[in-house]
Ligand binder design. Structure first.
Ligand SMILES: C[S@@+](CC[C@H](N)C(=O)[O-])C[C@H]1O[C@@H](n2cnc3c(N)ncnc32)[C@H](O)[C@@H]1O
Length: 216
């Protein structure tokens, strides 16, 4: 998003992660598992700290990388995270087990479109992080914003989708359809009457939405 030189400069200033997180980053790269970009995740962690989020719902665990970044980075939080891919669930369990932070993370196994009941037993949440199937963002937002406290924050990743949302000509029909869905989500989100939202051009584009009202 930023000019490449500045982007590398900022990434170069981010502290090294511990050996487990570094191993996870390498695993994700080697096995094509999408995890949140470094500047995106650093931005999210900082927002969660400023917001003093204590209970966070994550939609899209993958191998548990972002859940563990939150658990390490904000020790007073509890993270409830949902994943439907069996292989990734097993990997997430292994990594979370090795981290020694299992008490901070609850993994819900299954499709987030059907997990509302399982999730509601952990509600309300101070913050929600949406990072699963991009074509379903609006549905995830609608289902889980019911579990967000007043004044709560929703962070949605990949809303600029490698800059493609601003492109008028995209060759692949599949990508074009996905970009259209993300663009529709962004417009819907910016006009949502219950949330104030902003899109930050960090990582792959991060939308930050704050629910109106005061947190009790
Ligand atoms: C981008 S990855 C998540 C990355 C993770 N948040 C991180 O940064 O470390 C998206 C994950 O969401 C999962 N996913 C997609 N749609 C889902 C759904 N409807 N329910 C549950 N998981 C879903 C995918 O299997 C994938 O592992």
């Amino acid at each position: 998003m930023l000019n490449e030189k500045l982007h590398l400069y900022i990434e170069g200033l981010v502290h090294e992660r511990n050996s487990l997180l570094t191993e996870m980053e390498q695993y994700a790269t080697a096995h094509n598992i999408p995890i949140m970009e470094l500047t995106g995740i650093e931005t999210m962690l900082q927002l969660l700290r400023i917001h003093r989020s204590k209970k966070i719902l994550e939609v899209g665990t993958a191998i548990g990388y972002s859940a563990l970044r939150m658990a390490y980075g904000i020790p007073e939080t509890h993270i409830v995270t949902i994943e439907r891919d069996e292989e990734r669930i097993q990997l997430a369990k292994e990594f979370i087990g090795r981290s020694g932070l299992a008490q901070q993370i609850t993994l819900i196994e299954g499709d987030a479109l059907d997990a509302a009941e399982a999730v509601s037993s952990h509600a309300p949440f101070d913050a929600i992080f949406i990072d699963a199937a991009k074509g379903q963002y609006k549905k995830f937002f609608e289902i889980y914003s019911n579990n967000l406290c007043d004044g709560g924050m929703i962070i949605t990743d990949n809303v600029l989708f490698k800059g493609l949302v601003a492109e008028s000509e995209i060759e692949s029909k599949r990508t074009r359809n996905l970009v259209k869905k993300i663009d529709e989500f962004n417009r819907w989100l910016m006009d949502h009457p219950d949330f104030d939202s902003v899109i930050l051009p960090v990582g792959d584009g991060v939308a930050v939405s704050k629910k109106r009202g005061e947190r009790k």
